[in-house]
Write a protein that binds this ligand. Structure first.
Ligand SMILES: [Zn+2]
Length: 483
């Protein structure tokens, strides 16, 4: 009896504690989809503070520039609480006062750019990337969230998202916290669905949700290509990462209304293109392969400079030459190794990139690390005044891709039975698998361990960064000249 009373008391206290916790719900409606608008209601419950700061994000994970998502929301008002007031205190922030427990914040989102960063709403589909969609309360990124899509019977859209289903009939989804929700895009529409596993593996389950006019046979071609590419990528690291719910989701929008883009997330990717899928699978598989390689390189094997991700500012990183560049190298290499991409076509593509890097004047103005740090100004950043980037900047994507090629060739030719695959696998085991973030110095030390030559690793790192003290600067680019 005594034990039962204690358990009852624990239950009551736990229940009261749960009730006392702040909770967040979002309700998303599309009453004016033809004019690219969504109605969004943020429901704040059991709020203990008398006032809260609400923010629209100014950055989006996977994109490295600053964005002003706040420009596209309006008609913001508190409802369900007559005393609550709201005041804009910064271009991207509002203060809600006199909350006293609960309040709903209603606003309208205008969204007409369907890609991997912004949002797009139209009569027959919606792409929602959460940083460009959600107004969120400051200091509440740790709270669990419920998202409900309130769709009328006249809209028969399917909803694809890496979020967990809470109630399928009510179209409710949950996220363990607001940060996870911000990393979970949604695609809605008359979607075509596929589900498959790679070879004999029972995990992860791969889901593909497509908004396309392509027929089943045309979609099947893409699925078969994806299976081969994913299997080849797994060979590099020896295993797939542990996905939440053991599931990974491709969200793909192909055709009019979509912009060319791909964006990686922890358990999903948003891939968009205005090119129709039918007949263009060989072209479109390139983005798919690149984004999936990110599940290792960037999502879990992650630079310390991007953690914790700050949604209120640009997140600068000097490791993008590795995170994006090496992903670019393996994205295409996996397609070639698996036979999806003909060897001659692969060599033609990589030859073009060698040509670009060899002739680009930008290397005189900064190392790959410095080019990575310029991402804030070059990764879909928007400005009207002219720059001199054509002469002073080299994309860390292509720069890093060529560094990966040069390092792979050098490891294979200068060391016994060592290739870039060994390096990637070592980094995965040391940092990625346990999600311990790394620095450029960590990359150098692991390279030395893999090839057994610390001096080589030091010279290589020196060639990618001027930040590491070294009396001489080796010309690592000669590896490209001979290749
Ligand atoms: Zn990428």
């Amino acid at each position: 009896m005594k034990k039962a009373r204690i358990l009852l008391l624990v239950f009551i206290l736990a229940h009261q504690f749960t009730l006392a916790q702040d909770s967040l719900n979002y309700v998303i409606r599309f009453p004016n989809a033809r004019h690219h608008e969504a109605e969004i209601i943020l429901q704040l419950r059991n709020v203990r503070e008398p006032s809260l700061i609400l923010r629209m994000s100014q950055s989006s994970p996977g994109r490295y520039a600053m964005h002003q998502f706040a420009k596209n929301i309006y008609d913001i008002s508190p409802t369900g609480n007559q005393k609550a007031t709201i005041k804009r205190i910064a271009p991207e922030a509002w203060e809600v006062s006199d909350i006293k427990g609960s309040v709903d914040i209603r606003y309208t989102l205008f969204a007409n750019r369907a890609d991997g960063t912004y949002s797009g709403i139209d009569r027959d589909f919606a792409v929602l990337n959460m940083p460009s969609t959600l107004l969120w309360p400051e200091n509440k990124l740790h709270l669990p969230v419920l998202v409900q899509f309130d769709l009328p019977d006249s809209i028969n859209w399917r909803i694809a998202t890496p979020l967990s289903v809470a109630d399928s009939a009510k179209k409710q989804f949950t996220a363990p916290n607001l940060s996870y929700l911000m990393d979970s895009p949604c695609l809605l529409g008359n979607l075509k669905l596929r589900e498959f596993y790679v070879a004999e593996d029972s995990v992860p389950r791969i889901r593909m949700a497509l908004h396309t006019v392509a027929n089943d046979a045309e979609i099947d071609i893409l699925v078969e290509m994806a299976k081969k590419a994913l299997a080849e990528q797994k060979e590099v690291f020896g295993e797939f990462p542990a996905f939440e719910d053991s599931t990974y989701t491709f969200l793909c929008g192909y055709g009019p209304g979509y912009y060319d883009d791909g964006m990686e997330h922890r358990n999903a990717t948003m891939i968009t293109s205005n090119i129709p899928l039918g007949g263009n699978q060989e072209w479109l598989i390139g983005t798919l392969s690149h984004e999936f390689f990110h599940v290792w390189n960037m999502e879990r094997l992650r630079p310390a400079s991007l953690e914790p991700f700050d949604f209120t500012r640009a997140n600068i990183s000097g490791e993008l030459w590795f995170g994006e560049g090496f992903t670019s190298y393996y994205g295409d290499l996996a397609l070639c190794r698996s036979g999806v991409l003909d060897t001659d076509k692969y060599l033609y593509t990589i030859g073009s990139t060698i040509n670009y890097i060899s002739n680009a004047p930008g290397w005189r103005y900064g190392s790959p690390v410095h080019m990575s740090e310029m991402a804030t100004f070059t990764d879909q950043s928007s400005f009207v005044d002219e720059t001199n980037f054509a002469n002073t900047f080299i994309s860390y994507y292509t720069y890093g891709e060529m560094i990966a090629l040069a390092l792979d060739l050098t490891l294979r030719s200068s060391f016994q039975d060592v290739s870039l695959d060994d390096y990637m696998k070592a980094l995965w085991i040391k940092y990625g698998k346990n999600e311990k973030s790394y620095t450029n110095l960590d990359l150098m030390h692991t390279l030395g361990e893999v090839c057994g030559d610390k001096q080589f690793a030091h010279q290589f790192s020196k060639s990618t960064s001027l930040a590491i003290p070294c009396p001489t600067l080796p010309d690592f680019s000669k590896s490209l000249d001979t290749g």
